[in-house]
Design a protein around this ligand. Structure first.
Ligand code: LMR
Length: 398
């Protein structure tokens, strides 16, 4: 009976991971999947996280079910981390979901269920899974321009001119910070303009927040989002703890919905609970409880874990910012041009280099350098000793 199944399109990031694993060359470089790596090429377990894990293992006495929305103390901590006091707590509904993708999925189930049958606008380009999930859920996906391939910055004018076609009740999917795949971020002023736009057009923003702390700082990365949350009646945020807590495989995520009143609160909460029950029943607890311990200022060894976590996150961010400067410099030397200077202005792990598919393929075949086919690189996959080889390889293929 299964022979009647349709073939599924391959996820290009996952396919690249498999290709890299098969490559036998010693000097291969993985700039594909969005996983942070340190100078030694390792994705470390953060010290604060490690201590919280030991503490949790000692303290936790049962593995019985928690609740359909998961660990509510974790939810409170995440809401504080993301929104601080941008919105009164009684207007916020939150529930755990398996990772940022799970949170996005559950929020889209909510969106799909409203009477108006909203269409969802995503940036072009966007994380490939955005469109794939929307298609999978049968939600109409539309695209707005985002990236200026000449300047390699956000083309806000073009974005807004495309968004003129939104209908009341549509949803705009935004990247909270560290845009994936381009690395080009909306400015604070852009967020202010978008807020006015959403209000005027009665549009719901759905913000995918997977990289808080990886761009300019924990607070800086969500300044635009907080402005939006304060000034709009409703907004949804899909939060991931994969990157900023390094808990990729534990699937730490939170679906947050800001609602306008008490009635909205109850109905949204009941729906989120029900969607969790129908999709996976109970969200995974372990990673979320670890994050809860880190953020609740638990003190295991004189240093509050949250302080340690902030320091470690700052180190990771600084490494990426330094790498950006060094890479731009190295590319300037190898190509004898300013073509790639934009790399130093981008934020987060990714930059879209603007190479052709053929150039990307040559980099992989001839130099063992793996990047996504649209020429997105994960900068954190590089270290200082590889920069010149990498830049020279780029110069050789362009
Ligand atoms: C990425 O974009 O590489 C990450 O978000 C990992 C993923 O799931 O695609």
């Amino acid at each position: 009976m299964f022979e009647t199944l349709k073939d599924q399109p391959e996820d290009k990031i996952m396919a690249l991971m498999a290709l890299f694993a098969q490559d036998q060359r010693d000097k291969k470089i993985d700039l594909g999947v969005g996983v942070y790596k340190n100078d030694q090429g390792i994705t470390p377990i953060m010290k604060a996280v490690s201590r919280a894990i030991s503490f949790l293992n000692m303290k936790q006495k049962s593995k019985s079910y928690v609740g359909l929305l998961g660990n509510m103390s974790f939810i409170d901590q995440i809401i504080r981390l993301v929104l601080e006091d941008a919105v009164p707590r009684d207007r916020i509904v939150g529930g755990q979901a398996p990772g940022g993708t799970g949170a996005l999925h559950q929020l889209l189930l909510l969106i799909r269920s409203v009477k108006l049958k909203p269409r969802v606008w995503i940036s072009s380009p966007s994380w490939p899974n955005h469109e794939a999930i929307l298609d999978h859920l049968g939600i109409r996906c539309l695209k707005y321009s985002y990236f200026d391939t000449e300047t390699c910055e956000v083309d806000f004018e073009h974005m807004m001119s495309d968004l003129v076609s939104v209908k009341s009740g549509d949803v705009i999917l935004l990247h909270g910070c560290c845009h994936n795949p381009t690395g080009a971020n909306l400015s604070y002023e852009n967020w202010v303009d978008l807020t006015k736009f959403c209000l005027q057009k009665n549009v719901l923003p759905l913000v995918d927040l997977a990289y808080q702390g990886f761009g300019d700082g924990i607070e800086e990365d969500v300044a635009g989002l907080r402005h939006m949350a304060t000034n709009l009646p409703e907004i949804c945020v899909a939060v991931s703890g994969s990157k900023n807590f390094g808990l990729y495989r534990e699937r730490v995520g939170a679906a947050i919905a800001v609602v306008s009143d008490k009635k909205g609160h109850k109905i949204v909460e009941d729906n989120l609970k029900s969607f969790n029950r129908l999709t996976f029943s109970f969200p995974p607890d372990f990673g979320a409880s670890v994050v809860d311990l880190v953020l609740s200022e638990c003190d295991t060894d004189d240093t509050p874990l949250v302080k340690l976590w902030r320091t470690e996150l700052t180190e990771m961010r600084s490494r990426m910012l330094d790498l950006r400067l060094s890479l731009a410099d190295s590319l300037r030397r190898s190509t004898n041009s300013s073509r790639f200077d934009f790399v130093s202005k981008h934020r987060g792990m990714f930059s879209l280099l603007g190479l052709s598919p053929d150039e990307v393929l040559r980099l992989r075949k001839e130099h063992g350098i793996y990047m996504v086919g649209d020429s997105r690189i994960n900068l954190a996959g590089l270290n200082n000793t590889q920069l010149d080889d990498f830049s020279m390889a780029i110069a050789a293929v362009i």
